[in-house]
Design a protein around this ligand. Sequence first.
Ligand code: NDP
Length: 245
Amino acid sequence: SAALTGRTALVTGGSRGIGAATVLRLAREGADVALTYVNGKEAAEDVVAAVAALGRRAVALRADSADAHEAAGAVERAATALGGGLDVLVNNAGLGLLGPLESLTLADVDRLLAVNVRGVFLASQAAAARMTAGGRIITVGSCMTQRVPGPGGTLYATSKSALIGLTKALARELGPRGITANIVHPGPIDTDMNPADGPYADGQAAMTALGRFGTADEVASTVAYLATATYVTGAEFAVDGGHAA
Ligand code: NDP
């Protein structure tokens, strides 16, 4: 049987982009999957239908990671909907807010840190409380934590770099219980957040060693690998076409 048969997973921000591709990868490996979204109800339902077509169970939960109670509560809701346990948490939901330092408002700072950092912390905390040996926490960071290629990234790089510390500390905290925590750093990936035909796309592609954008599925395959890996924890994985090379 497939590597994740009988396992349950929650992917935050699973209605589009890297999250949606991850939901499908995990389902193809045999997992039943819950996903969160905020606005994309129809897109979320399309992902649920695609999972059902693979013969796995999926459930879409509206849960805003910017809201502390919803961010933590999604874990409980996912576990309940999928039969009581949770084996894999993928912290994928994130905002990509770039801009000159002087243009970033206090509201920007609060919102970005709420979604990209606080929500990830709270979901990981809630998942750790539920997980048993074999549990997997996989977080989506960014290539901007390894190399900031130009101006405009102060807030975003701050938020994503915090997740490296979280991942390493979770690995230490949860290792004795047989639960792993790892982080994946995507490079430029063709999604709604960062379309491969957007105004800054050519420059981003040129900064990679491979000279091109990646696909959501190219990130999802590494996330799926980490969901099954047994002796990998506290590690950072660049899936960035060589952006950091
Ligand atoms: P998209 O913007 O294409 O998709 C974002 C997904 O997250 C959607 O499903 C969206 O749901 C959901 N989402 C957004 N805000 C929230 C929230 N507050 N609570 C819950 N869900 C939310 O993003 P990508 O797929 O490009 O990015 C996924 C992750 O990868 C992010 O963490 C991003 O920072 C990171 N990343 C992306 C890179 C890229 O080049 N694309 C590069 C490096 C990192 P809805 O449909 O409801 O809006």
